[in-house]
Write a protein that binds this ligand. Structure first.
Ligand code: IDP
Ligand code: MG
Length: 138
């Protein structure tokens, strides 16, 4: 069964949206197989977002994601990556489809409440950054 990494970002934790976001994903039939709250340090933030290292927003993004605690989750399900990306909505909340998590709760293109892996291959790499094998109950 496919797995995907979800991060509930600092802006969502601070506004008390963690439970709402987890519930939405669970109601879609995704199975929660790993979860932890942590404060991402800058080294982890840079590794997680390494693909964006040359972007103008990279330093801001690293500062933001490491500014306060996040919740990291592994969800499992059929086409988990695609299902989660659809429920998340577009990166920019202003462009996200109505009813998606980012459209409903996102503050701006950076503080958009949630991360979800963009492919099964990326998911495998991302999950390893946050969880060891014995922390995943899938
Ligand atoms: P995604 O999260 O929808 O996959 P990516 O393009 O991979 O979007 O960007 C990663 C994260 O970087 C976004 O979720 C958002 O927090 C931030 N980000 C993306 N584009 C911008 C931008 O143009 N300005 C500021 N932050 C951005
Ligand atoms: Mg991405």
């Amino acid at each position: 069964m496919e797995k995907s990494l979800v991060l509930i970002k600092p802006d969502a934790i601070q506004r008390g949206l963690a439970g709402t976001i987890i519930t939405r994903l669970e109601k879609q039939g995704l199975k929660l197989v790993a979860l932890k709250m942590l404060h991402m340090n800058k080294a982890l933030a840079k590794r997680h977002y390494a693909i964006h290292a040359d972007k103008s927003f990279f330093n801001d993004l690293v500062d933001y994601i490491s500014s306060a605690p996040i919740i990291a989750i592994v969800f499992e399900g059929e086409k988990a990556v695609e299902v989660i990306r659809n429920i998340m909505g577009a990166t920019d909340p202003a462009k996200a489809e109505a009813g998606t998590i980012r459209a409903d709760f996102g503050l701006d293109i950076e503080r958009n409440t949630i991360h979800g892996s963009d492919s099964a291959e990326t998911a495998e790499k991302e999950i390893k950054l946050f969880f060891s094998e014995d922390e995943i109950f899938g």
